[in-house]
Ligand binder design. Structure first.
Ligand code: SF4
Ligand code: SF4
Length: 189
């Protein structure tokens, strides 16, 4: 649904451009991003369509779609974009906006993806790196699916794919500091 008149200011476009550092207005709808994206078949709105929706100021529709959470940040799209638009940064900017403005995902799948993001970032903050075993356990507990993928654990452990113990990286302290600085910066805005 078109939500903007021509005379209206597109504050959604401005916010996304500012957050992502991209200029979505540059998109001329060639569709290369959509044809390159490995997950576009699973998206309600493909990257090309998302770009157009932002240009049209369709904030509610963009912030409520599951598609923004399916983006893998792989950059395959931006590598082929003739306007050099940083599409993954745009997707990330939308996700940030939905969290800041309390848009709630529709499907359980997206709720789980959001939890995965939170747990992953928490791991990096705590240890300076991912701690797979703990991450799996926390994810299963928080998504109330205790035995999810448990049948894979013995094989992965035996092959050394999931280390039992974990060590923080040497730069863990510096990474924690970065988080604190970013949090302070966010609060001061
Ligand atoms: S590849 Fe770039 S210009 Fe083409 S539709 Fe996607 S974002 Fe727009
Ligand atoms: S960065 Fe996201 S939108 Fe772009 S190709 Fe990868 S998954 Fe698709």
């Amino acid at each position: 649904m078109l939500t903007l008149g021509l005379e209206e200011k597109n504050t959604f476009l401005e916010a996304i451009n500012k957050k992502s550092g991209a200029n979505v207005l540059e998109c001329y709808q060639c569709g290369k991003c959509a044809s390159t994206c490995p997950v576009s078949d699973f998206m309600e709105f493909r990257p090309r369509v998302i770009m157009q929706m932002i240009k049209l100021g369709m904030k509610e529709e963009v912030c409520m779609t599951d598609s923004i959470w399916f983006c893998l940040t792989c950059s395959a799209c931006s590598g082929r974009c003739p306007r050099e638009i940083d599409i993954p940064a745009v997707m990330e900017a939308i996700r940030h906006l939905t969290i800041e403005e309390n848009y709630h995902p529709k499907s359980k799948k997206v709720k789980d993806i959001r939890k995965f993001h939170e747990i992953f970032l928490d791991m990096i903050k705590r240890y300076g790196r991912n701690y797979e075993l703990r991450m799996m356990a926390e994810f299963n507990i928080r998504t109330r699916n205790l035995f999810k993928d448990m049948h894979l654990a013995p094989k992965a452990l035996l092959k050394g794919k999931i280390p039992l113990g974990h060590e923080s990286t040497k730069s863990a302290k510096a990474i924690r500091k970065m988080y604190e600085m970013a949090e302070k910066l966010e609060k001061s805005k």
